[in-house]
Design a protein around this ligand. Structure first.
Ligand code: ADP
Length: 221
Protein backbone atom coordinates (compact mmCIF):
# COMPACT_ATOMS: atom_id res chain seq x y z
CA UNK A 1 0.00 0.00 0.00
CA UNK A 2 1.01 3.60 -0.54
CA UNK A 3 -0.28 5.79 2.24
CA UNK A 4 0.18 9.42 3.22
CA UNK A 5 -0.33 10.42 6.84
CA UNK A 6 -1.38 14.00 7.55
CA UNK A 7 -2.25 15.85 10.72
CA UNK A 8 -0.98 18.73 12.81
CA UNK A 9 2.28 18.50 14.73
CA UNK A 10 1.55 16.50 17.87
CA UNK A 11 -1.25 14.47 16.29
CA UNK A 12 0.82 11.35 16.86
CA UNK A 13 1.80 10.77 13.24
CA UNK A 14 5.19 9.33 14.14
CA UNK A 15 3.78 7.01 16.80
CA UNK A 16 0.97 5.77 14.58
CA UNK A 17 3.21 5.50 11.54
CA UNK A 18 5.56 3.15 13.39
CA UNK A 19 2.69 0.78 14.31
CA UNK A 20 0.92 1.01 10.97
CA UNK A 21 4.10 0.45 8.96
CA UNK A 22 4.82 -2.65 11.02
CA UNK A 23 1.28 -3.99 10.66
CA UNK A 24 1.26 -3.35 6.93
CA UNK A 25 4.89 -4.46 6.33
CA UNK A 26 5.83 -1.26 4.53
CA UNK A 27 8.62 1.20 5.37
CA UNK A 28 7.84 4.27 7.46
CA UNK A 29 9.29 7.28 5.67
CA UNK A 30 9.41 10.43 7.80
CA UNK A 31 10.97 13.52 6.26
CA UNK A 32 11.32 15.01 9.77
CA UNK A 33 13.36 11.95 10.84
CA UNK A 34 15.44 12.12 7.65
CA UNK A 35 16.24 15.78 8.37
CA UNK A 36 17.08 15.02 12.01
CA UNK A 37 19.38 12.15 10.94
CA UNK A 38 21.16 14.55 8.56
CA UNK A 39 21.50 17.12 11.32
CA UNK A 40 23.01 14.66 13.78
CA UNK A 41 25.42 13.40 11.10
CA UNK A 42 26.40 16.99 10.30
CA UNK A 43 25.66 16.70 6.56
CA UNK A 44 25.30 19.70 4.24
CA UNK A 45 21.59 18.92 3.86
CA UNK A 46 21.23 18.87 7.65
CA UNK A 47 22.93 22.25 7.94
CA UNK A 48 20.55 23.71 5.36
CA UNK A 49 17.48 22.28 7.08
CA UNK A 50 18.22 23.09 10.72
CA UNK A 51 17.50 26.81 10.78
CA UNK A 52 14.13 26.33 9.06
CA UNK A 53 13.16 23.54 11.41
CA UNK A 54 14.15 25.38 14.58
CA UNK A 55 12.04 28.34 13.48
CA UNK A 56 9.04 26.08 12.80
CA UNK A 57 9.13 26.78 9.07
CA UNK A 58 9.12 24.32 6.21
CA UNK A 59 12.44 23.37 4.69
CA UNK A 60 12.40 24.61 1.05
CA UNK A 61 10.93 22.27 -1.56
CA UNK A 62 14.19 22.12 -3.57
CA UNK A 63 15.82 20.35 -0.65
CA UNK A 64 12.86 18.35 0.61
CA UNK A 65 11.46 16.89 -2.59
CA UNK A 66 14.81 15.48 -3.73
CA UNK A 67 15.44 13.92 -0.34
CA UNK A 68 11.96 12.35 -0.20
CA UNK A 69 12.22 11.00 -3.75
CA UNK A 70 15.62 9.46 -3.00
CA UNK A 71 14.21 7.66 -0.01
CA UNK A 72 11.13 6.45 -1.90
CA UNK A 73 13.40 5.05 -4.61
CA UNK A 74 15.16 2.68 -2.21
CA UNK A 75 14.44 -1.02 -2.84
CA UNK A 76 12.40 -1.47 0.35
CA UNK A 77 9.88 1.13 -0.83
CA UNK A 78 9.18 -0.36 -4.27
CA UNK A 79 6.07 -2.22 -3.11
CA UNK A 80 4.67 0.54 -0.92
CA UNK A 81 5.38 2.99 1.87
CA UNK A 82 3.85 5.06 4.60
CA UNK A 83 4.75 8.73 4.25
CA UNK A 84 4.84 10.77 7.45
CA UNK A 85 5.39 14.52 7.08
CA UNK A 86 5.54 14.49 3.29
CA UNK A 87 3.94 16.02 1.31
CA UNK A 88 3.53 19.12 3.46
CA UNK A 89 2.32 21.60 0.85
CA UNK A 90 0.52 21.44 -2.50
CA UNK A 91 3.77 21.77 -4.50
CA UNK A 92 5.15 18.68 -2.78
CA UNK A 93 1.86 16.82 -3.35
CA UNK A 94 2.06 17.62 -7.06
CA UNK A 95 5.69 16.47 -7.21
CA UNK A 96 4.72 13.21 -5.51
CA UNK A 97 1.83 12.66 -7.94
CA UNK A 98 4.15 13.19 -10.86
CA UNK A 99 6.71 10.76 -9.49
CA UNK A 100 4.09 8.06 -8.86
CA UNK A 101 2.54 8.61 -12.28
CA UNK A 102 5.97 8.10 -13.85
CA UNK A 103 6.12 4.73 -12.12
CA UNK A 104 2.57 3.79 -13.07
CA UNK A 105 1.41 3.52 -9.46
CA UNK A 106 -0.85 5.57 -7.22
CA UNK A 107 -1.65 6.37 -3.62
CA UNK A 108 -4.17 4.13 -1.88
CA UNK A 109 -5.18 6.51 0.91
CA UNK A 110 -4.46 9.70 2.76
CA UNK A 111 -5.05 9.20 6.47
CA UNK A 112 -5.93 12.45 8.21
CA UNK A 113 -5.40 12.48 11.98
CA UNK A 114 -7.66 15.00 13.68
CA UNK A 115 -6.87 16.50 17.08
CA UNK A 116 -7.94 19.75 18.81
CA UNK A 117 -5.36 22.53 18.96
CA UNK A 118 -5.08 22.86 22.76
CA UNK A 119 -4.40 19.12 22.99
CA UNK A 120 -1.63 19.45 20.42
CA UNK A 121 0.19 22.11 22.43
CA UNK A 122 -0.06 20.02 25.62
CA UNK A 123 1.20 16.92 23.87
CA UNK A 124 4.20 18.59 22.27
CA UNK A 125 5.32 20.64 25.24
CA UNK A 126 5.71 17.44 27.30
CA UNK A 127 7.06 15.24 24.52
CA UNK A 128 10.39 13.49 25.03
CA UNK A 129 11.99 11.49 22.24
CA UNK A 130 14.70 8.82 22.30
CA UNK A 131 17.97 9.80 20.62
CA UNK A 132 18.36 6.26 19.25
CA UNK A 133 14.90 5.78 17.77
CA UNK A 134 12.28 8.44 17.07
CA UNK A 135 9.50 5.84 17.38
CA UNK A 136 10.29 5.66 21.11
CA UNK A 137 8.25 8.62 22.30
CA UNK A 138 7.30 9.53 25.87
CA UNK A 139 5.40 12.33 27.59
CA UNK A 140 6.34 13.76 30.98
CA UNK A 141 2.73 13.45 32.22
CA UNK A 142 0.79 11.19 29.82
CA UNK A 143 3.35 8.40 29.35
CA UNK A 144 6.42 9.03 31.50
CA UNK A 145 9.50 6.85 31.18
CA UNK A 146 10.15 4.60 34.18
CA UNK A 147 13.47 6.36 34.88
CA UNK A 148 13.53 10.05 34.03
CA UNK A 149 15.45 10.81 30.85
CA UNK A 150 16.01 7.15 29.94
CA UNK A 151 14.16 5.28 27.19
CA UNK A 152 12.19 2.25 28.52
CA UNK A 153 12.62 0.46 25.20
CA UNK A 154 16.36 0.68 24.61
CA UNK A 155 18.01 2.70 27.39
CA UNK A 156 18.70 5.60 25.01
CA UNK A 157 18.78 9.20 26.17
CA UNK A 158 15.44 11.05 26.06
CA UNK A 159 15.52 14.64 24.89
CA UNK A 160 13.21 17.49 23.94
CA UNK A 161 13.34 18.37 20.25
CA UNK A 162 14.69 21.86 19.53
CA UNK A 163 11.46 22.71 17.70
CA UNK A 164 9.18 21.54 20.53
CA UNK A 165 9.23 24.82 22.49
CA UNK A 166 5.77 26.43 22.90
CA UNK A 167 6.65 29.36 20.65
CA UNK A 168 7.88 27.15 17.82
CA UNK A 169 4.89 24.86 18.21
CA UNK A 170 2.54 27.81 17.62
CA UNK A 171 4.49 28.69 14.49
CA UNK A 172 4.38 25.07 13.28
CA UNK A 173 0.61 25.03 13.79
CA UNK A 174 0.24 28.21 11.75
CA UNK A 175 2.37 26.70 8.98
CA UNK A 176 0.23 23.56 9.16
CA UNK A 177 -3.00 25.52 8.68
CA UNK A 178 -1.76 27.72 5.87
CA UNK A 179 0.45 25.32 3.92
CA UNK A 180 -0.33 21.72 4.81
CA UNK A 181 -4.12 21.70 5.31
CA UNK A 182 -4.71 22.63 1.66
CA UNK A 183 -3.31 19.23 0.64
CA UNK A 184 -6.29 17.61 2.36
CA UNK A 185 -8.62 19.32 -0.12
CA UNK A 186 -6.23 18.47 -2.92
CA UNK A 187 -6.45 14.78 -2.02
CA UNK A 188 -10.14 14.95 -1.19
CA UNK A 189 -10.82 15.85 -4.80
CA UNK A 190 -9.05 12.59 -5.69
CA UNK A 191 -11.30 10.69 -3.25
CA UNK A 192 -8.36 9.55 -1.12
CA UNK A 193 -8.94 11.13 2.29
CA UNK A 194 -10.04 9.20 5.37
CA UNK A 195 -10.29 11.20 8.59
CA UNK A 196 -10.07 9.69 12.05
CA UNK A 197 -9.88 11.12 15.54
CA UNK A 198 -6.39 10.94 17.04
CA UNK A 199 -7.68 11.25 20.61
CA UNK A 200 -7.53 8.41 23.11
CA UNK A 201 -5.14 5.55 23.66
CA UNK A 202 -2.42 4.92 21.08
CA UNK A 203 -3.67 1.38 20.47
CA UNK A 204 -7.24 2.65 19.95
CA UNK A 205 -6.07 5.16 17.38
CA UNK A 206 -4.11 2.44 15.56
CA UNK A 207 -7.22 0.22 15.50
CA UNK A 208 -9.29 3.12 14.14
CA UNK A 209 -6.66 3.73 11.49
CA UNK A 210 -6.55 0.11 10.39
CA UNK A 211 -10.32 0.06 10.16
CA UNK A 212 -10.40 3.30 8.19
CA UNK A 213 -7.84 1.89 5.79
CA UNK A 214 -10.07 -1.19 5.53
CA UNK A 215 -7.16 -3.44 6.21
CA UNK A 216 -8.16 -6.70 7.77
CA UNK A 217 -5.97 -9.65 8.62
CA UNK A 218 -6.98 -11.48 5.46
CA UNK A 219 -6.01 -8.58 3.23
CA UNK A 220 -2.63 -8.33 4.90
CA UNK A 221 -1.76 -11.97 4.35
P1 ADP B 1 5.88 17.31 13.34
O1 ADP B 1 4.99 16.46 12.52
O2 ADP B 1 5.77 16.99 14.80
O3 ADP B 1 5.77 18.77 13.06
P2 ADP B 1 8.24 16.46 11.82
O4 ADP B 1 9.30 15.64 12.44
O5 ADP B 1 7.38 15.81 10.79
O6 ADP B 1 7.40 17.00 13.04
O7 ADP B 1 8.88 17.77 11.16
C1 ADP B 1 9.72 18.64 11.85
C2 ADP B 1 10.18 19.76 10.94
O8 ADP B 1 10.92 19.24 9.81
C3 ADP B 1 9.08 20.62 10.30
O9 ADP B 1 8.61 21.61 11.16
C4 ADP B 1 9.82 21.17 9.08
O10 ADP B 1 10.68 22.23 9.42
C5 ADP B 1 10.70 20.01 8.64
N1 ADP B 1 10.00 19.17 7.63
C6 ADP B 1 9.60 17.89 7.78
N2 ADP B 1 9.00 17.44 6.66
C7 ADP B 1 9.00 18.48 5.78
C8 ADP B 1 8.50 18.67 4.47
N3 ADP B 1 7.86 17.69 3.81
N4 ADP B 1 8.69 19.87 3.87
C9 ADP B 1 9.33 20.86 4.49
N5 ADP B 1 9.80 20.76 5.74
C10 ADP B 1 9.64 19.58 6.39
Amino acid sequence: MRIVLVGPPGAGKGTQAAFLAKNLSIPHISTGDLFRANISQGTELGKQAKAYMDAGNLVPDEVTIGMAKDRMSQPDAVGGFLLDGFPRNVGQAEALDEMLKGEGVQLDAVLDLEVPEDEVVKRIAGRRVCRNNSAHVFHVTYSPAKAEGVCDECGGELYQRDDDSEETVRKRLEVYHTQTEPIIDYYRSQGLVVTISALGKVTDVTARAMEALQVDKAAQA
